[in-house]
Design a protein around this ligand. Sequence first.
Ligand code: NDP
Length: 330
Amino acid sequence: MGEHFTAMVIRDHEGKPKAGFEELTLADLPDNDVLVEISHSSLNYKDGLAVSGKGRIARRLPMVAGIDLAGTVVESRAPDWGPGDRVVVNGWGLSETEWGGYSRFQRLKPGQLTRLPAGFTAEEAMAIGTAGYTAALCVLALEDWGVIRPRAGEVLVTGAAGGVGTVAIALLAARGYAVTAATGRPEQHDFLAGLGATGFVDRADLATPGKMLQAERWSGAVDTVGSTTLANVLAQTVYGGAVAACGLAGGADLPASVMPHILRGVALLGVDSVMAPQEKRRRAWDFLDAHLDRAKLASLTTTAPFSDLPELARRIVAGETRGRTVIVLK
Ligand code: NDP
């Protein structure tokens, strides 16, 4: 176990975080209770920001990047986990305050581990990753709100060709909703239709400020964009509808009014994946296991070697990637 392995490490470089490949040994890893051999990680928008240096994600340095990992327990001092257990980790501060998944091995806290459902391989779990598991949290949030039901009316997904968006479309279509995709890439319409989208909106139409209340159209929505887009989506949501908001690909502000909420009873449901409790995570993974078509998952996934990560990080921040990207570590 004294061998070296490659990790993507963020260090301070003249006052700025800078990521690069480094060789580590097990002795370099944090002294947490469960040692996991990581076979796959994934690429999320947040990973793109961390690895490209476009955003300050790490809150202490040095930091191993990667908010997701899937692999197998090698050693454990925790009673609930033992060698051979297949695990997945999403969020929990990985790449922020806890060393993350862009490493062949990592030592983790037992409470950070979720048992991988038997129906998924490690590669599929990372094809889903934080983005896909967040899409599941969003769909569950809408269904828990209880207003929209299968075949109730149109459900909108913004940032449709991205990681959260593509998995949300596949899940909503499987649940029987009529899904409309808001995308800035018309060349992706056929691909999104293959996932189950039946209607399309140009994302530019949602990006300019509109009236406080607009024609009622969406029974529900999954929003990954935020800002003016989210304000317009709220203003276009039907009486009693709900919007699950999880992202800020278009901006962190929300230039909206209270009108949709106080005149139409529209609900804005905030969705966080990072610190979601284990019970919520297990429910989301079981939901994915039950409802995510594996062929659709394969069609929205690109698999890449670890060495491609810096270029892929640049591309996801530039909005040039499609669907989900798995990073192979083994
Ligand atoms: P991706 O980069 O894969 O997808 C984002 C999509 O948003 C793009 O594909 C693009 O879709 C659209 N987009 C990009 N830039 C803009 C822009 N300036 N204006 C409008 N639309 C834009 O990212 P992810 O799917 O991984 O993440 C989406 C968002 O959700 C991110 O903000 C991320 O931080 C957030 N997130 C939050 C989580 C939480 O726990 N709350 C968990 C996971 C993600 P298209 O080309 O179709 O227009």
